[in-house]
Design a protein around this ligand. Sequence first.
Ligand SMILES: Cc1cc2nc3c(=O)[nH]c(=O)nc-3n(C[C@H](O)[C@H](O)[C@H](O)COP(=O)(O)OP(=O)(O)OC[C@H]3O[C@@H](n4cnc5c(N)ncnc54)[C@H](O)[C@@H]3O)c2cc1C
Length: 389
Amino acid sequence: MSSVNADIDVAIIGAGPAGLSAAAELRRRGAGRVVVFEREATPGGIPRHTAHLGYGARDLHRITTGPRYAAALARRAEKAGVEIEVGRSVRSFANGMVVTTGAGGPAQVRASAVLLATGVRERPRAARLIAGDRPAGVLTTGALQQFAALHHQHVGSRAVVVGAEHVSFSAMLTLAHVDCRVAAMVTALPRHQTYPPLRIATATRHRVPILTRVGVAEIVGRQRVEEVVLTDGRRIACDTVVFTGEWVPDCELARSGGLQMLPTANSPVVDTGWHTQQRGVFAIGNLVHPAETADVCALDGRAAATQVMDWLTLGEWPAAVTPIAVAPPLLWAATTAVGITVRVGEFARGSIETRAGNAVVHRTRSREWTPNRAIHLPANEATSITLVG
Ligand SMILES: Cc1cc2nc3c(=O)[nH]c(=O)nc-3n(C[C@H](O)[C@H](O)[C@H](O)COP(=O)(O)OP(=O)(O)OC[C@H]3O[C@@H](n4cnc5c(N)ncnc54)[C@H](O)[C@@H]3O)c2cc1C
């Protein structure tokens, strides 16, 4: 199968929806040994701990909960003959040599193709440069969901949610499930960024004030959080602070592997076939578009499998891999299996224009665009995307 002298055909790093779907599809298309390395004890990625409905629409054509979706994708991959090595963290992938660590000590394997599918996380407190004490009770939504859904732990009794995008409201739902009241939601932006039904089902229903144009300046508390101080001087008593959204790809491996990165998205540069600038190395899922829904990541995995097979069987690699150029207020643009996805850095009005070279290939109607929300454009060979008056 492989054009390279290797132990395995494909090493996939990360057993989330993207990695598992790519693995299953590769086996379906006839790839030999496909091994998925997952640092956690269970495959499935983020959906394992998002215990609500809303997964699977576009890839499985049914709606299910996160944990059921994760289990279904893992089952499919295993049935297809994929080897899933859990509890193994990948440290490097230079020249196809994939080095891992885990309970059994270090190990390495040579792969003909490497697929990075390490996903996304929320920017934690330290990276948000917030002053103050370091008490217990400071979480991200991901950690909150893990405590609540996987470990059924008590979280706290009065929380401040930092951020006002979809996942922030989802955090509010999780807090309600574990009987933790939300004292306030705070966002530096002038408005929240979710859809009205989700806001009504959460903030309005539980009478949570959404404080806008303000951030958390300081966290106060010795052992446990006691209060937060806002950037306008207001103080809110609470025992829990949940930092939500502000997606950052889990990109350390890609970066240390020498891949060229897109600074505004912190993701590796890929082309429309998810090739990176290193021959034999692909990147898919929310690592390259922080953050899309799980089904889009799964479809990325399936679509990328075709490109991986071309590499394995024909040794085909593009001569140049260049990112789609954007200008402010657009932050970044990336390819997904369902088209191009774009983000704005602030509330902005206008048409979004897609060009291939000098030719305009698509233009949206003029409207207001919301930061932290996915903007989907048709798939085409875009070279640049701009917002025009
Ligand atoms: C808190 C939170 C809530 C979310 N809620 C939703 C939701 O409700 N609905 C929705 O559709 N999407 C949601 N998302 C988006 C979510 O990222 C996607 O749903 C989807 O899981 C992304 O798939 P992925 O395969 O790209 O990455 P992930 O699901 O993040 O999987 C990546 C996997 O790679 C592993 N990994 C990373 N680095 C290494 C390494 N070096 N070695 C080995 N393994 C590694 C990780 O442990 C992880 O299992 C949420 C995201 C977060 C963070």
